[in-house]
Design a protein around this ligand. Sequence first.
Ligand SMILES: *[C@@H]1O[C@H](CO)[C@@H](O)[C@H](O)[C@H]1NC(C)=O
Ligand SMILES: *[C@@H]1O[C@H](CO)[C@@H](O)[C@H](O)[C@H]1NC(C)=O
Ligand SMILES: *[C@@H]1O[C@H](CO)[C@@H](O)[C@H](O)[C@H]1NC(C)=O
Ligand SMILES: *[C@@H]1O[C@H](CO)[C@@H](O)[C@H](O)[C@H]1NC(C)=O
Length: 493
Amino acid sequence: MGSIMRGRRLLVPLLVQACLLAAPCWGEKPCPRSCRCDGKIVYCESNAFRDVPKNLSGGCQGLSLRYNSLAGLRAGQFVGLNQLIWLYLDHNYISVVDAQAFRGIRRLKELILSSNKITQLHNTTFHPVPNLRNLDLSYNKLQALQPGQFQGLRKLLSLHIRSNSLKTVPVRLFQDCRNLEFLDLGYNRLRSITRNAFQGLLRLTELHLEHNQFSKINFSHFPRLLNLRALYLQWNRIRSMSQGLTWTWTSLQKLDLSGNDLQVVDATVYQSLPNLQTLNLDSNKLSNVSQEAVSAWISLTTISLAGNVWDCGSSICPLVAWLRNFRGNKETTMICAAPKEAQGEKVTDAVETSGVCRATPAPSVATAAATPAARPGPGHSPAPTSSREFEHVSFHKIIAGSVALFLSVAMILLVIYVSWKRYPSSMRQLQEGSAARTRTRRKKARETERPLSSPLQEYYVDYKPTNSETMDMLVNGTGPCTYTISGSRECEV
Ligand SMILES: *[C@@H]1O[C@H](CO)[C@@H](O)[C@H](O)[C@H]1NC(C)=O
Ligand SMILES: *[C@@H]1O[C@H](CO)[C@@H](O)[C@H](O)[C@H]1NC(C)=O
Ligand SMILES: *[C@@H]1O[C@H](CO)[C@@H](O)[C@H](O)[C@H]1NC(C)=O
Ligand SMILES: *[C@@H]1O[C@H](CO)[C@@H](O)[C@H](O)[C@H]1NC(C)=O
């Protein structure tokens, strides 16, 4: 059974090969020496060819000369190969390309010239190949592109010019590339986007500008790239992003700004990108994100914020609150760079410890402490604006509040103990009374002044909580309990 199946599977490719062999493209001429011919495709790869081999048949549809030693392309080099659909010339040493090099191969759809040593191209080089769908000029030494370089390439879908030495992009360079969907200008030396440089790219969906030298990005310099979904700007030197758009860029879904020098997240930029889903802000110099900015992140599903210099003071609160409610993917290794005591800590841990983003308003700290049951749990999201007020609550007030709490608890317990010892029958009454302990606290304190004095001294001696523990206790209600006497029962709840 199995062998029959395998046999059938083998049969199809064999038949295909047989058909191709029946009408080989080197029918009139033999396959060039040191090449491999397969149907209408000729492979002359990795063979130290210094020139395009002779005797190529006019019927060839694909020619690969990858990994050879071609040093230049002469005028009319491929004349006669008028059926050629793809031509791979990558990984050679081509430095000079004649303006007429591609004459006679009008049907060409794919031209790969990457990984050569091309320093410049004549402005008419691609005029003979107007049917190109894919053009790859990556990994060369191009220092400039001529105005009109891509003139007439109306069918081009993808253009790769990654890793050259381009400093500028001429005005209206891509004017004719109305079908271009993918453009890679990454790893060049571009410093600024010329106005109208990207004009005409109505179908562009992906634009790579990463690893260049941009220091400012002004969205108004991008023309209406109404179909652009992904914009890659990582590893430039971008200090400021601004937007002078008079329209809303609804198509943009992905923006990579990692590895730049951004200190500020400009809310207006994100207000103009209502459908942004993926945002990468890794490795910048951000210390905070404003409430306006996080409020503009309405469609995000993925965010990365690692490698910044987060200030874990109250200015981090809008971001922390936003992240708490964020259900998408997030990079969680955000580290505090300030204040000093939080340096190196995870932002979430530091904020939790310091309580800097909690909603509890300053004046209610004491009363909130006195009625633990009424305190809001940690699940209640804080209003970020009140965090600044909270910062002003000095620690001695908090400690005073906590001391008051334990003082009253100690008193009540002592009152209960003493009453029970002396008048066991009145226990029930006292229990009722303890429910309203805050109201009657002072009275009872007066009643039990003398017997309390010694245990209270003990209390002050033994109770030495750190500030942060006190904070946790007061605000969270779930903090660690380090108390050695009375009171301890209360925090076990
Ligand atoms: C080209 O073809 C001719 C005969 O058609 C042959 O003599 C010659 O050796 C071939 N050259 C190469 C490089 O294959
Ligand atoms: C190409 O460049 C030459 C000068 O090098 C110029 O005269 C010509 O007009 C240019 N052609 C196009 C189509 O830009
Ligand atoms: C952005 O460009 C527009 C139009 O050129 C200009 O009006 C605006 O001032 C620029 N914004 C910044 C911050 O440079
Ligand atoms: C946020 O960071 C920027 C840049 O470091 C700074 O100028 C600004 O004062 C910070 N905002 C707050 C509220 O601390």
